[in-house]
Write a protein that binds this ligand. Structure first.
Ligand code: C5P
Length: 206
């Protein structure tokens, strides 16, 4: 059983995907961490002409030890992630790892932007998570504050909007709702209610 969970920044897809993984006893991969790890690895080249080549090399040599969330969750690394994510060769280099994770025996849950469209178009259940930008900003702000980071909400709102715009315009991205994906809007739902709704969708798709 493959469950694909896609959606924009801070839509709650990570919380839902890990909740689904726990509920169904499946392994879980947050694919955003791969792009974040590549982005973080090339931070010092952000404004250099070498940025693209460095990002491709980092994606090709990425290893699981680079995926520690504690170093990857800042808004700055999120922005860098969305900049490396537009490079076709970066996406290509990260494809096999995600594909193998998705197709392992027994199944898996993956979240990202292109799981239902590119990584696992044959997924048994596809969810496309949505929430309005202000709700997403507030959730992400609280997440960062819980990690002891100081948050400028105005700046964070703009960072999220800018990142969504870049992701949606990404010509190599595959970031759109698959025709067979179920739309779940979490704007007005707390975590428990959103998870119950997601489980109902997955159960219905089986
Ligand atoms: O999901 P998260 O916000 O951690 O993703 C960080 C960035 O990585 C996204 O803004 C997007 O640019 C990129 N990404 C992607 N495809 C995925 C997962 C993430 O392009 N499957």
């Amino acid at each position: 059983m493959i469950i694909a969970v896609d959606g924009p920044a801070a839509s709650g897809k990570g919380t839902l995907a890990s909740g689904l993984a726990k509920h169904y006893g499946l392994p879980y991969l947050d694919t955003g961490l791969l792009y974040r790890a590549v982005g973080r690895a090339v931070e010092q080249y952000e404004n250099s002409p070498e940025f693209e080549q460095r990002a491709i090399a980092a994606a090709q040599t990425l290893d699981e030890n680079d995926l520690e969330p504690e170093f990857l969750l800042s808004a700055k690394v999120g922005t860098l992630a969305s900049k490396v994510a537009v490079i076709g060769a970066v996406r290509h280099a990260l494809f096999d790892y995600q594909r193998q994770f998705a197709t392992q025996d027994g199944g898996a849950v993956l979240d990202g932007r292109d799981i239902g469209t590119v990584i696992a178009p044959e997924a048994d259940a596809k969810l496309f998570i949505q929430a309005d930008s202000k709700a997403r900003m507030e959730r992400r702000a609280r997440q960062l504050e819980a990690r002891g980071q100081e948050v400028d909400r105005y700046a964070l709102y703009h960072q999220i909007e800018e990142r969504d715009a870049r992701d949606m315009a990404n010509p190599n991205g595959g970031f759109y709702k698959a025709a067979d994906a179920h739309l779940l809007d979490t704007t007005l739902l707390d975590i428990e209610a959103a998870l119950r709704a997601a489980i109902a969708i997955v159960d219905g798709a089986m």
